[in-house]
Unconditional design. Structure first.
Lengths: 290, 409
């Protein structure tokens, strides 16, 4: 195995890992603040993919240009969902919350099936077949653009939480809900905003991923599982951890496929998950539970 | 004075009548009685990764009904089942179709799903006419109710070897090394296993330098193609499905993997959706696959009906073998003159059809329920259409081999 083959594998894994990381951010945001595990994660992301598909078909819009629109649409969806549905069960046991979100996931899949049918569908952008070379390093345009877009969206999200008053208020709710209520923050509204932001993140990720892979309604469970693996490795609630874990998964899968067998890619992801759970249960960048 | 009138329908008669109707409704006429219509459960993947392929099979089955009616075959009624591209769902759906009154099952496009349906049909004593499934053990386990007019993995691979030698001989370009990239499911692994078992027997001029199985539910195929590139083969031989075939082609172009040729044994690379998605980059791929015989009268009828119903699509293996499966069921029903399972089974065993659609001399089952030899062809993608290269008697054009480089298209 020569150097360039390995370098190509690592680069490809890095680029796809950034996209994986962004897709997991939504899960991390929602769990980190509201403490609800979003089992409709993948389904919401697939909604974003289908929205970008429609924009491409109706307006000829590149999926990357659909990112803000998909994010806005799913922000509204997430906001309403939290305000009128999820908030009503937040005081119930976790298994009840799980059932609610699993039911929402099934309803989304059924709706997508009725609207779009079961077939895999994709977009053909002008640069879909193109790549450029740096030495013997080959980088394909769709993957590179998708990775850049993912970094931009992730940076905007991190900046929102770090620099805006609303972001700081959401973080305050995450750190101490009672304290946030005492100082007069509208926790219910902030939770709805958080779910909206998490869903917006998924909408953006969906539009970006459509550039790389085809979409069909049954795609969602795979992405939900992948997001769980990433956030558990990165640390539940840690945004930066999700990005790092995404890259780790992307690169490890690429190397495992190259050095062992491609059909073992998923096995390596789960091996990594078990390894992290055994040695650092709180995840690579998560806070230890005392 | 009692003026009550005598009535033809009194309370007791009414109750008895209602009771009898209820019993009659609860015990429907099941298998075993002569009927004018054969209920056929058409079990296919209509959702999930193989949805598009299942839908293409259904087109062939649907077109069979009016054509066979004009040929004097009796009426068939389809009951549709969806495997969701899952083995466990295939099993459950097969049971459901039989419980709902299906006299025979046709399906299931995929080997794993068909194996599951075969087990159910054996338990319930209902004939299963396989449209597409290559796994050898389907007709090697002593099943009494399974009938297949589709080549087994070893038949496909055997013909693939023979047709490759003819192709290399005709063009004078012979690869010395080949990488085998195959989907890691029942179909892919059984075909790849047959390939390795038969390689020494056919004394091929090349060495298989890399065998790469991949996840049937995979999303990103860059690593798989990178592994192919690292092996530096002269040619690539694939056993794929549709979505993976499209994704692999994209990666081959992006990673600039230049090859003498791409050989495909299996679906995906010749499908309409593939040709549409890949455009000029899908050209020159040589498919070593079961195909239809353009010269047969029934094929002409099917092609004409297909072109009328679907002018934007090309007829493929999926429609032709699904058509033949319906033909087999209709022919057996015509001779059995009954929907009784044992009568259908006996009729199926005695099948002797020559005017069918697919390549070969006709349809006759051996004692295992398998047509002993179903020949395969070599079909090349060219300008969004199919060019039959082999067998010679069905050829519609000459090969382009080696294939054209990606950047010169």
């Amino acid at each position: 195995m020569d150097f360039w083959t390995l370098a190509n594998a690592v680069t490809s894994g890095l680029l796809i890992g950034l996209v994986y990381g962004l897709s997991a951010l939504g899960l991390s945001v929602i769990f980190g603040v509201i403490r609800i595990v979003n089992f409709a994660h993948g389904e919401i992301m697939v909604m974003g993919m289908f929205f970008a598909l429609l924009m491409f078909r109706w307006l000829g819009l590149d999926p990357l240009l659909s990112v803000p629109l998909a994010a806005a649409l799913l922000f509204a969806f997430g906001y309403v969902l939290q305000l009128f549905v999820v908030s009503r069960v937040s005081h119930l046991p976790e298994h009840m919350q799980f059932l609610l979100l699993a039911a929402i996931a099934i309803m989304i899949v059924s709706a997508l099936l009725m609207i779009f049918g079961p077939d895999a569908q994709g977009v053909q952008v002008g640069y879909a077949w193109d790549s450029f070379a740096v030495g013997e390093l080959l980088i394909d345009y769709p993957k590179m653009f998708a990775a850049i877009a993912s970094v931009i969206v992730a940076a905007l999200l991190l900046a929102f939480f770090k620099y805006t008053m609303t972001g700081k208020a959401i973080r305050a709710c995450a750190d101490n809900r009672t304290g946030a209520q005492v100082v007069g923050l509208n926790v219910g509204r902030l939770y709805a905003l958080t779910f909206g932001v998490g869903a917006a993140c998924l909408g953006a990720a969906g539009a970006i991923i459509l550039l790389l892979f085809e979409v069909h309604p049954y795609l969602a469970p795979g992405y939900t599982l992948l997001a769980f693996v990433i956030v558990i490795i990165g640390g539940l609630g840690s945004l930066f951890g999700a990005l790092v874990a995404g890259i780790l998964i992307g690169v490890s899968e690429a190397l495992a496929a190259l050095l062992f067998q491609p059909s073992m890619k998923s096995a390596f992801s789960f091996a990594l998950l078990i390894f992290v759970l055994l040695l650092r249960p709180q995840g690579l960048l998560g806070k230890a539970i005392r | 004075m009692n003026t009550r009138r005598a009535s033809a329908v009194n309370r007791r008669t009414l109750l008895a009548g209602v009771g009898a109707s209820a019993v009659a409704a609860a015990v429907p006429l099941r298998r075993g009685l002569a009927a004018s219509t054969l209920k056929v459960g058409v079990l296919l993947p209509r959702s999930g990764p193989q949805a598009q392929l299942g839908i293409e099979c259904q087109i062939g089955a649907d077109l069979a009904l009016p054509i066979l009616k004009t040929e004097g075959y009796p009426d068939l009624e389809f009951m549709l089942g969806d495997t969701e591209t899952k083995v466990d769902v295939a099993r459950a759906q097969c049971e459901k179709l039989i419980d709902a009154g299906a006299h025979a099952i046709i399906g299931c496009f995929d080997s794993g799903q068909t194996m599951a349906a075969a087990q159910v049909c054996e338990q319930k004593n209902v004939p299963l006419v396989v449209n597409i499934a290559a796994v050898p053990k389907l007709t090697e386990l002593g099943y009494k109710w399974v009938f297949r007019n589709f080549p087994t993995g070893p038949m496909i691979v055997g013909d693939a070897f023979k047709n490759q030698k003819r192709l290399f001989g005709a063009t004078g370009a012979t690869p010395k090394t080949v990488a085998l990239l195959h989907v890691n499911d029942t179909f892919g692994s059984s075909l790849a296993g047959a390939l390795f078992a038969l390689t020494p027997k056919f004394k091929m001029p090349y060495k298989i330098v890399e065998k790469i199985p991949y996840d049937p539910y995979g999303r990103d195929f860059s690593a798989e193609v990178r592994k192919v590139k690292a092996a530096k083969p002269d040619a690539l031989w694939t056993v794929s499905r549709l979505n993976d075939a499209i994704a692999i082609t994209k990666e081959l172009v992006r990673q600039r993997v230049e090859l003498m040729g791409i050989l495909s044994t299996g679906p995906g690379w010749y499908d309409n959706a593939y040709l549409k998605a890949t455009g000029k980059f899908g050209d020159d791929v040589v498919n070593l696959i079961p195909w239809y015989d353009e010269n047969k009268p029934m094929t002409q009828k099917l092609k004409a009906a297909f072109a009328k119903a679907h002018p934007d699509l090309l007829m493929t293996t999926n429609q032709s073998f699904s058509f033949d499966a319906v033909l087999i069921a209709a022919d057996a029903f015509k001779r059995a003159e009954s929907t009784k399972n044992t009568a259908l089974q006996t009729a199926l065993r005695q099948t002797d059809i020559t005017n069918n659609v697919t390549l070969g001399k006709g349809i006759r089952f051996n004692e295992k329920g398998q047509v002993p030899y179903v020949p395969c062809g070599a079909v090349q993608n060219r300008g969004g259409k199919h060019v039959v290269l082999l067998p010679q008697e069905a050829a519609t054009g000459k090969p382009i081999w080696p294939m054209r480089p990606w950047r010169e298209r």
